[in-house]
Every structure is written in C-alpha cells, then in structure tokens.
Design a protein around this ligand. Structure first.
Ligand code: GTP
Ligand code: MG
Length: 446
C-alpha cells in the first residue's frame, strides 16, 4: 500500500532522448540518497556537478545534483533533482538506483498531490500545473498560469467569505430576534445575498469560458443537407478531410478537426444535414448531429444563399449558453460580396466556402467567440469547477428564497452547502475520492 510518507522517484522530463533528462526524488530519504548516489553533502539550492554511481561504485552518468530542503520545495518535502544526460537507459538506471536506496516509483500526479497535501498549492492550482503542461496554444498557457497564480482560487475564496458573512448575519438574527436588530439586519442580509448571487454568476460565466479554453472550444457546423457544411470544414481546416458531393445527405457521421486560429485552438465538428429521412444510416447520422449540437459551445448554422435566413427556428436545439454564428454560404452564386452583420441577435457572416471569400471574417468571429468578452483576463478551469459553482448557486438560491418562510437554521444549512461547494474548488473540503479522481489524470513525474 503506497504511503504518503514514502520517498518517491520519477523521471520528470518527457520519454525519449534529449540533451538533458531530469529525475526527481521527493521525501525524507532524498538527503541520504544524495549522499550515496551522488557522493555529495546536499546543500539547499546549490547546484553540484558530480558522478551518479551505481551499486558497485561505477559511474552511471555525470551530471548536476540540485537539492531543495523541506519545506522550500515544490512538494514541501526534501527534493533532489538529478540532471543527467537525456537517455532513457541512463534515467531508468538512476530511478532503479534510487529505488534500491529506499525510494519507490511515484504514482501519476503524486508530486503535485504532495504539494497540495503540504499546503504548497491549493487543488485548483495543482490542476493548473497540469493544464499548463497540457496547453496547446498561448491563450491556454496564459489562462493556466493565471489559475496557477491563484486568480480563480482568490475569487472562489472571496465568495466563500461573503457567504460566511451571510451566515454570521443570519445567525445573529436568530440570536437576537427582537424587533430592533431584525430591522437593522434585514437590508444587510438582502444586500449580501445580492452580492453573493452576482459574484457567483460572474465567476460561473468565467469558469465556463475557462473550461472552453482549457478543453478547446467545441464548435459544431449544422444545417440542411447540401448547404456546404463539409466544404466549410475543409476550407477552415485547409484540407479535404470531409467528403463533398453535390448529393444531399453526403455526410453521415460526425467528423472532427482541430484548428488553431492564431493563439487559440478549437475543435470543429461537421455533421449530417438535418432533414426528415427514412434512410437508416442517414437517420443515425442526423441523430448524432443533434447530440453534437446539444453539447456545442459554439454553433455555426449554415444556410444556402439567403434562403430561410428569417426563420425563427434556425437555432433550435442549440444550448442556451452556446455562442451562435449564422453563415450564409455560396455567395459566389449570387455575386454578392462577403459581409458581417447582425441578424436576430446572432452574428451573421456571408461567405463562400468554395472560393474562400469571407473566410477571414469567419476566422475573426471564431477567434472572438473562443476568447470570450474578457480578453486576456481568463483563467483555466475544469468541468468539476463549473459543477461545484452550479451547486453553490443552487444552494444560495434555495437559502435566498427560503428567507421569508423557512427557519434561520434551514437557511443556514443551505449556506453551509454553498460554502462547501465553493471549498471543493480549492480543496478546503475534499474527499479521498475527489483527490484520487483529480490526481490520477496527471501523468507520472508531475
Ligand atoms: N457555388 C458554391 N458551391 C458550394 C459552396 N459550398 C459548397 N458548395 C457545393 O455544394 C454541394 C454540397 O456541399 P457539401 O459541402 O457536401 O454540403 P453539406 O452541407 O456537407 O451536405 P451534406 O453532407 O449532404 O449535408 C457541393 O457540390 C459543393 O461543391 C460555395 O460556397 N459555392
Ligand atoms: Mg456534408
């Protein structure tokens, strides 16, 4: 049974060959391992050039040893880093040697988990480390860094404090339920509820954008058969990924492509044209298209030329929180210029997937949608954070609507639930299960 008091070891650099490879060791044995394996007296934060020796005293490699004394290290424990030559053979030999000297191989995410357990990072920040490492665009990297620096945690924490104040006010109203104090605290309570609800809404919106950034925005192309959805996917992706024919009902399955627009990334899904169909395969394709639509962050609704633009049902099936862009395709047939306008609350772009006219307008709009309103102010977030904020919001709402009818004890219970949900984000309230679920998604050596 792995224990949190074991000394752990793992290769910290990516698998494969490189100029340098790093092996990281954390725990109470790190100092003793440094003495035997490196033959040095470890001094905190001092780099020492040394030979790494094997069991028989022969050299495994020559490299740098770097020691951090607890608690001034990433994990909060004694940490030894061995910077060797980046050969998998050398690095494996160092790991085996460290294990022979009392360490054990680290589990996925175990270094970050220890940093969390030792109070070096909160849970949200530990996740941000993983997000930063996994980032595929500059915007994702910047957002992860903002979370790592505590932007999201501070906002969640400020809200939790506001809810504590609410509890205090409400409990004071229980204790001194005479006329005078009730009269004085009621407007205060109302205002605190208002502030907390607004703050929660704003944080939830920011967290949703954060999830979109972290996971990459999920954009879905939908529309009637033959309007040019697959042509649009190909044009944006810059290849012939999807089959295009003049036959309506060509696309049957959902096709995904990842596209990078400057510093942002999004996935684009092409879907089967929506119509009533008796064809079994096409029918299944249409069902899949609707599923895809229901989980979209951004819907690209394509129509042919100016047909059906006025219809109120164009965006049926679109989730309320998803951004919408209406695309009028095939403008080359009418000889009209590309344009960007506003129609019925949706952004509308007229273009030609065939000639490429107007694609730049669409790329700009996609980038804007992926970045959200608060450009540059985003932080990375995960679905579990959004779920926790939604639960906090529901509990807060329950407390607020119970204000007139329920007993103060019941109201306080809802507030405690809201506070706990907020605490899950930074890890103040966590179960073993949650920690296991979070850290097992990390890779080994992290
Ligand atoms: N003139 C013109 N033709 C286009 C344009 N975009 C697509 N087409 C043509 O329209 C036809 C249908 O294109 P697709 O991209 O297969 O349309 P789709 O919406 O994916 O069709 P389904 O998969 O059947 O739902 C093809 O013959 C395309 O060449 C355009 O901008 N201008
Ligand atoms: Mg198609």
């Amino acid at each position: 049974m792995p224990s949190a008091s074991d000394t752990i070891v793992a290769i910290a650099t990516p698998p494969g060959r490189g100029g340098i490879g790093v092996v990281r060791i954390s725990g109470s044995q790190a100092r003793a391992i440094a003495k035997t394996l490196c033959g040095i007296e470890p001094e905190p934060r001092r780099v020492q050039l040394t030979a790494f020796t094997g069991v028989d005293g022969s050299a495994i490699d020559r490299g740098l040893a770097l020691f951090f004394a607890a608690p001034h290290s990433f994990t909060g424990e004694d940490v030894l880093e061995l910077h060797a030559h980046g050969s998998p053979v050398v690095l494996d030999a160092l790991v085996r040697r460290a294990c022979a000297l009392g360490a054990r191989a680290a589990r996925a995410g175990e270094f970050s988990e220890r940093a969390f357990l030792n109070g070096k990072l909160d849970l949200n920040q530990a996740e941000a480390v993983a997000d930063l490492i996994a980032s595929r665009s500059e915007v994702q990297a910047r957002a992860a860094l903002r979370s790592l620096e505590g932007e999201f945690s501070r906002r969640a924490d400020a809200l939790a404090k506001l809810i504590v104040r609410l509890r205090v006010e409400i409990e004071a109203a229980i204790d001194f339920s005479d006329e005078a104090s009730e009269g004085a605290s009621k407007p205060v309570i109302e205002r605190l509820f208002e502030d907390a609800a607004n703050g929660l809404q704003a944080l939830l919106a920011a967290a949703r954008r954060g999830v979109r950034l972290t996971d990459g925005m999920h954009a879905v192309i939908v529309g009637e058969p033959n309007v040019g959805k697959s042509s649009l996917l190909n044009a944006l992706a810059g290849n012939d990924r999807a089959i295009v024919t003049e036959m309506p009902g060509t696309t049957r399955d959902v096709l995904r492509e990842s596209i990078v627009l400057g510093d942002v990334e999004l996935t684009l899904a092409d879907t089967a044209g929506l119509r009533e169909s008796t064809d079994l395969v096409e029918g299944e394709g249409i069902r899949r298209a609707r599923v895809e639509l229901a989980r979209a962050d951004l819907v690209l609704r394509v129509v042919e030329r100016t047909a059906a633009v006025a219809s109120a049902t164009l965006f049926d099936g679109t989730p309320p929180s998803a951004a919408r862009i209406l695309i009028i395709n095939k403008i080359d047939l009418d000889g009209v210029p590309p344009s960007r306008s506003e129609r019925g609350g949706a952004l509308c772009i007229a273009l030609s997937a065939r000639t490429g006219e107007g694609l730049d307008l669409l790329r700009t709009a996609l980038r804007e949608a992926a970045l959200g309103d608060e450009r540059g102010g985003e932080f990375s977030a995960r679905s579990r954070h959004v779920l926790a904020l939604e639960r906090a919001g529901a509990s807060l709402q329950n407390a607020r609507s119970a204000l007139a009818t329920a007993t103060p004890e019941l109201i306080a219970e809802d507030l405690v639930a809201a506070q706990r949900a907020l605490g899950e984000i930074v890890g103040t309230f966590t179960s073993e299960d949650l920690l296991g679920a979070v850290f097992s998604t990390f890779c080994i050596g992290k």
